[in-house]
Ligand binder design. Structure first.
Ligand SMILES: [Zn+2]
Length: 195
């Protein structure tokens, strides 16, 4: 059977670029790729996946209520050798189950790229399900400004403060994110609390 893959990394670890490079490599081998992304990610317009280094490709947008297995069996099944998903943390747990079913029963590899945890270091629901179900889990590494591995997605408010509470996903907000190691993040928070 084919596998469900979870390739996770912090912000800025080039997950999207790697998803698009992987897509390119499959296409170069003559294989058909179904590129998808959850609708919660609207940064780059509705149906484009775009990386910071300039790669981009059209993608099908999956809404939270969509049944991916149904969409797949209707439209995609005959035209797909591999499924690649970006921002996979935003899929619902049910949708991760659906992707897993496709991998197992349709024998189609499903490669999910995404974040493991949010700015409070809690798993996204989709990421939790991926960690539970994926046959292959790999980390895409990136480094903190201090040189250690970055594992935290630190969220900064508009006035430059590290946010330690709030909604898991803020759409259209003004906050920015930076990948840091736990120690550097905590150092910032402690300094902030001393003021
Ligand atoms: Zn650090």
């Amino acid at each position: 059977m084919a596998k469900l893959y979870f390739k996770y990394g912090a912000m800025g670890s080039s997950k999207t670029a790697q998803a698009l490079i992987t897509r390119f490599n499959y296409i170069e081998m003559g294989m058909r790729v179904w590129l998808i992304k959850p609708s919660s990610d609207t940064r780059d317009g509705a149906d484009i996946i775009k990386s910071r280094i300039g790669l981009s490709a059209p993608a099908d947008v999956i809404r939270p209520k969509d049944d991916i297995q149904k969409i797949f069996s209707k439209a995609q099944a005959k035209n797909t050798d591999v499924i690649i998903a970006d921002e996979a943390q935003f899929f619902t747990p049910e949708q991760i189950d659906q992707l897993h079913e496709i991998a197992v029963w349709e024998d189609i590899p499903v490669l999910c790229f995404g974040l493991r945890t949010d700015f409070m270091l809690h798993l996204f629901p989709g990421s939790r399900r991926l960690l539970e179900l994926a046959e292959s889990i790999t980390e895409i590494k990136t480094i903190c400004q201090c040189g250690s591995k970055a594992t935290c997605n630190v969220r900064f408010s508009k006035d430059g403060k590290v946010e330690t509470e709030g909604e898991q996903v803020v759409l259209g907000g003004n906050e920015t994110y930076k990948a840091m190691c736990y120690k550097c993040m905590q150092t910032l928070i402690r300094k902030q609390n001393q003021k």
